[in-house]
Design a protein. Structure first.
Length: 135
């Protein structure tokens, strides 16, 4: 029911519903909602990002990468997709790929022309860093 109400608000509603489940740590539910949304909105960079981030937060960085890449392919200015893909590359030990994404993030920030979610996922950054033992 929640999904149907969110889908009635279009892609953004589905994305915000998924984001609500991020807040309570229900990452499998995020995947379920985002994947349902992708059947209706297959060109949604935000929903691709949601699936990728849910994998990342479940410590499945390798599985997250294709979703971050898809989000970037759909929206090359999707800042959070680069940020989290960089962290996934770092976790997997691919420093050259991680560095390349850092450079893209810097360029996007300098240009001021980038897509960023209104939902502040970076509030969870300490949790992410601790989970991946990067802090």
């Amino acid at each position: 029911r929640l999904y149907e109400r969110a889908a009635a608000d279009e892609e953004k509603g589905v994305h915000f519903l998924a984001q609500a489940f991020f807040r309570v740590g229900q990452y499998e539910k995020v995947q379920e909602i985002a994947r349902l949304g992708l059947t209706r909105y297959p060109k949604s960079a935000a929903l691709m990002f949601d699936v990728g981030l849910s994998y990342f937060l479940m410590q499945q960085a390798k599985e997250a990468l294709p979703y971050f890449a898809a989000a970037i392919a759909l929206d090359p200015r999707y800042l959070n997709a680069y940020i989290y893909r960089q962290q996934a590359w770092e976790f997997l030990g691919n420093r050259p790929a991680a560095k390349a994404d850092v450079e893209v993030v810097k360029a996007l920030k300098q240009s001021g022309s980038y897509t960023q979610d209104s939902f502040a996922l970076h509030a969870n950054m300490d949790l992410i860093l601790v989970r991946y033992q990067l802090k």
